[in-house]
Design a protein around this ligand. Sequence first.
Ligand code: FES
Length: 106
Amino acid sequence: MVKVTFIEHSGTQHTVEAKPGDSLMQTAQNHSIPGIDADCGGACACATCHVFVADEWIARLPPVSGNEDAMLDVVEERRRGSRLSCQLHADASLDGIVVSLPASQR
Ligand code: FES
């Protein structure tokens, strides 16, 4: 199992276990984390699964694809650590990852 910490915009933290291979979006939904609506079901087409990846984890992630980059261009508050959580899949290398949720996803 892979531990993932989601921090809501309010500051409430949820540390949960992800199944290897599941996306962080699926993991959030499996654990009823508020703020990850995932309207498109993980098709990289809605950006309602936007998260801010903590600085120390950014370089450990796979690169942003062209589709993900285009969708991130439409979010309200894009930052250096912005990613779509449906495009990040849990594996042992991400054990302990921390992501925060934007104010627009409350
Ligand atoms: S769930 Fe729609 S872009 Fe991630």
